[in-house]
Design a protein around this ligand. Sequence first.
Ligand SMILES: Cc1cc2nc3c(=O)[nH]c(=O)nc-3n(C[C@H](O)[C@H](O)[C@H](O)COP(=O)(O)O)c2cc1C
Length: 323
Amino acid sequence: MADRGPPPMDTLRDLVALAVYAPSSHNTQPWRFRLAPPSIELRADRTRALPVNDPFDRELVISCGAALMALRVAAAAKGLSADVRLLPDTTDHDVLARVVVGRGAVEPGLADLAPHLLARRTYRKAFDPRPVTDEAMSALRSAAALEGGDLRVLDGDLRGLAGGLVDEGDHLLWNDPRWRRELAMWMHATREGDGLAVPALAAPIAQAIVRTFDMGDGVAAKDQQLLLASPALTVLATAEDDPRAWLHAGQALQRALLEGCRRGLQASYLNQPIEVPALRQRLREALDTTDHPQLLLRWGHPVEPVAPTPRRPVDAVIESAAD
Ligand SMILES: Cc1cc2nc3c(=O)[nH]c(=O)nc-3n(C[C@H](O)[C@H](O)[C@H](O)COP(=O)(O)O)c2cc1C
């Protein structure tokens, strides 16, 4: 790459090619990237929203925040600066961030996280019982705090309390046929490039089962087991609860996930009590906080490798300013 002038289109495309490995709710990948060197505009793709599970697009914006963090990490690994403005367009709320990529000072502490962009996984199985060390937990907490998120550890009574709320959440969500239908819509064959990948032959059966049956009891029992056996349980919270805060939450999530991955840790989600407004309020009261819980995460060392989930081709999420 030449040392002067704005980074060319290909470089910006390379950054996006890594950003799309960010986690997203139901693997919807609800983002678009508009390239106008030296800028990348991150836009919400609300055609990929989950109106039942996420009626205010909160998780959608958190997912885009995670992709934004990945973009910053990828830029740092290439020795590039990334100046970010959140919600830069007061008339177009789909423009979530504008990132000017350049030859300025590289953000410290990010380049080392880049190898983990592809190694991070949502790990839904039981973790190895090995504890998450205090050192690792404080690194996760610092990573989240640097991005404006409070990653609070739940132990003692709070674990049991969170378990009770997850149980109620599982039952309430699975009892709602609209919620089940929406989940089933995002259970596709792996080759489709998004969604909660299911082997091609099993996909139609899995979809029909999820659409038709309230499996709340079974899912709740499994979630309780996973929660109680998890080496660490945390709530990621923010002081505010608006799109700017959700973008911070997403960046905090991704930074903590990458810091965890660097230490051999993976995470997974038990967000049910945060997705049901009454349960979210009860969680806040239990935590005795005015902050807003955004995600409930369990952490630990994986027992075995898990396959990566699919992603759409990078060109499917890129627009150029000329388009
Ligand atoms: C905001 C957000 C909410 C999520 N909620 C859940 C959840 O409630 N349950 C779950 O199993 N996974 C949840 N996930 C994980 C996604 O399903 C996962 O990121 C996606 O399937 C891609 O897989 P990967 O993380 O292994 O790359 C969530 C991810 C994000 C970013």
